[in-house]
Design a protein around this ligand. Structure first.
Ligand code: T1G
Length: 643
């Protein structure tokens, strides 16, 4: 039963039960609509508690309905009906009251939240605006400033902050239902507050709104919904309730049908499907209660930090005492940075470090459940590490390599019990980037693979399974993207125009700026290694620059010149001269054509990757690009964008 009613004396308790997250599908909206009528007509009822079964309060409208025409009762009408009920309704919130869920809670006269609950209006993360009074009631409930922060960022707030903002009326612990019923009884002993729609709202001056608009435009980088949400909020602060509601509804319906909303929904569902691949349904992951990282460099320290952030004790192994200290310092720097940014307290940073054992003796790993190798990207070095791991780790330990480019099969050659081995390709900084490419070998067992996916969930990362090829999924597409960008340069399109076009498309950086930041020599060494191994690797424009000593920002110049101590790229006459004989006089493409060419090249490589079975589904490729390579989320990824 989606909506059921029980009675505790004069208090009715309406329970919503619509797994998995009590989303407001049509049946639930109808059930609540009918419950208002039933309880209004029941003279024994003086107040109503609205509570949900399962893991959370109503988590929003049913996103699966978005592609279809809206069906009555429409959510804004239901929220109005709740507000106009003859008996006061009290929302009893646990888990996450999000989007339409929080709008339903605002239709209630009161909101009581469990201390572990969160409330929010995340609609802009789906490319839309709240569509059931979220932009009109929130300013009347919590004030304009709090409403602008909540709605235009889409970030939920925890119960304590929600109480301080006035979004909820009480925060309780223990038995939410009993506490909410007691709250309802007490509320009946005093005059009721005004319904939210009747409450006054004060609008800041025009300068404040302009300041908000500029800040949001800078942050939104091409996303439409946050700025449209700001418009709705200003209407709510300056116009009558009904007029503001009409504006919000029209905006919601318009954006709901937009390309950006479709793209963001695509990523939303792709993210939720990623951690639970159907082909692993029958494989039981192993318990990981302790982990180790071999190598304390940038990647190793980042991986160790991610493991510590997830609460796992970590053993950090380096080759000698001096390297161990460097590794520990790298790890401490990560946590110190988090303290500076206010992400961690000093005590939390200390606790992170206290959970790290470091040394150069592999016997420290005898009881470890998971070992991740993150040493220098050289096959011999990696093979030596796994030779030692094969001798010292227990048979059931999961052994993983973080290699970016090497063939995991060659790394694991000769390893005893190779069923426990796989590739776990993290992205730098590993404690920040959410993408984790999981690379099984032909001998990797389903349990080991399932453990990789379970580890991703533990680390709050987005796992994507990749087959073995040069660059797996992400780096292989990156190589194609860069090659296509160089083709445009050879045809006469300026380097700076290409970068500007990709920034306009939504990337934080274009392909050439990004190479200058990361260093041209990394890919150069890959190409040189392949050539040395006898592969036919044509010379690239990047090769010419690296051979001329132009490796990027770190050498004062790469594709661009950089003034000493500055990071602003300047078009380089030296680069123009070095590349002159390779530059044709083809058509200079406009921004849209450049972006179309480069994203089409990414999608074409993606189709080849799918055809080769390296990626399991197109949405996995989109997740790799969005979470690993800065592809703008509101474009949906190269496969989605290619249609
Ligand atoms: N609609 C439909 N299905 C949903 C859903 C939703 N809103 N939210 C989650 N699911 C599914 C999800 O696909 C997965 O399915 C399962 O529930 C568990 O999700 C009018 C218009 C609530 C914090 O944006 O943030 O209201 O894979 O793995 O980690 O203004 O889900 O199991 O088949 O994420 O415990 C606004 C989105 C909608 C909330 C729970 N609401 N959801 O996290 O579980 S727009 C949202 C979440 C709106 C109004 C507008 C999270 C969660 P399956 P999960 P979780």
């Amino acid at each position: 039963m989606t909506v059921s009613i029980q009675h505790e004396g004069e208090i009715a308790v309406v329970t919503v039960d619509n797994p998995p997250v009590n989303a407001l599908g049509q049946a639930l909206r109808q059930g609540l609509w009918d419950a208002v009528g039933t309880l209004d007509a029941d003279p024994s009822v003086r107040a109503v508690v609205l509570i949900c079964a399962g893991r959370t309060f109503i988590a929003g409208a049913d996103v699966t309905e978005f592609g279809k025409p809206p069906v009555p009762p429409h959510l804004p009408d239901l929220v109005d009906r709740l507000e106009q009920a003859t008996k006061p309704w009290i929302a009893a919130i646990h888990g996450s009251a999000l989007g339409g869920g929080f709008e339903v809670a605002m239709g209630c006269r009161f909101r009581v939240a469990l201390d572990s609950a969160t409330v929010g209006l995340p609609e802009v993360t789906l490319g839309i605006v709240p569509g059931a009074s979220g932009t009109v009631r929130t300013p009347r409930l919590a004030g304009v400033e709090a409403a602008v922060e909540l709605v235009t960022t889409g970030r939920p707030v925890k119960a304590a902050k929600a109480l301080s903002l006035g979004l909820v009326d009480a925060v309780v612990t223990g038995d939410l239902r009993a506490e909410a019923v007691a709250f309802a009884r007490n509320a009946l002993t005093q005059p009721l507050p005004q319904p939210i729609s009747a409450r006054p709202v004060t609008s800041p001056d025009a300068a404040w709104w302009e300041e908000q608009r500029k800040a949001i435009a800078k942050r939104a980088k091409g996303e439409v919904a946050p700025l449209r949400a700001l418009d709705c909020l200003r209407m709510a602060a300056e116009k009558p309730f009904a007029e503001a509601m009409a504006h919000e509804r029209a905006t919601f319906l318009e954006l709901r049908a937009s390309d950006q909303a479709a793209a963001l929904r695509h990523i939303f569902f792709a993210e939720r499907g990623a951690p639970k691949p159907a082909h692993l349904d029958d494989a039981k992951p192993k318990d990981i209660r302790s982990a180790a990282v071999i190598g304390g460099g940038t990647m190793g320290a980042g991986i160790a930090a991610a493991l510590r952030d997830a609460g796992l004790p970590v053993t950090l192994i380096e080759r000698d005492a001096e390297a161990v200290q460097r590794g520990l310092q790298n790890l401490r720097s990560i946590f110190d940075g988090a303290v500076k940014r206010g992400k961690l307290t000093e005590a939390q940073a200390e606790a992170r470090m206290d959970g790290v054992t470091a040394g150069s003796d592999y016997s420290l790993l005898a009881g470890t459940d998971l070992v991740i190798e993150a040493v220098f990207e050289d096959l011999a070095v990696k093979r030596a590490v796994f030779a030692q791991l094969g001798q010292t780790c227990r048979v059931g330990a999961i052994l993983a390599t973080n290699t970016s480019y090497l063939d995991p099969r060659l790394i694991a050659e000769g390893l005893p019990h190779p069923d426990r081995f796989l590739g776990l390709h993290f992205f730098s900084p590993a404690n920040v980037m959410k993408l984790l490419e999981i690379v099984p070998t032909p001998t990797t067992s389903p349990e080991t693979l399932a453990t990789g996916f379970a580890l991703a969930r533990t680390l709050n990362k987005i796992p994507v399974q990749a087959g073995i090829c040069d660059g797996f999924i992400g780096n292989r597409i990156l190589k194609r993207y860069r090659a296509e960008a160089e083709t445009l340069v050879r045809q006469g399109t300026p380097i700076a125009a290409i970068d500007a076009a990709m920034r306009a498309y939504g990337f934080a950086m274009g392909p050439f700026e990004a190479q200058d930041l990361g260093g041209l020599d990394i890919a150069f060494l890959q190409r040189e290694g392949a050539r040395a191994a006898g592969q036919d690797v044509p010379e690239t424009l990047g090769d010419i620059l690296v051979r001329a000593g132009r490796k990027g920002q770190k050498t004062g110049g790469g594709w661009y010149d950089y003034m000493p101590g500055e990071r602003a790229p300047k078009p380089s006459e030296t680069t123009a001269r070095l590349l002159a004989e390779n530059i044709g006089s083809g058509p200079v493409l406009g921004f849209e054509e450049i972006a179309a060419r480069l994203t089409a090249a990414m999608a074409e490589e993606g189709r080849t990757i799918l055809a080769e079975g390296i990626a399991l589904k197109p949405s996995d490729i989109d997740l790799v690009e969005v979470h690993g390579y800065g592809y703008p989320r509101w474009r949906g990824g190269p496969m989605f964008a290619a249609g």
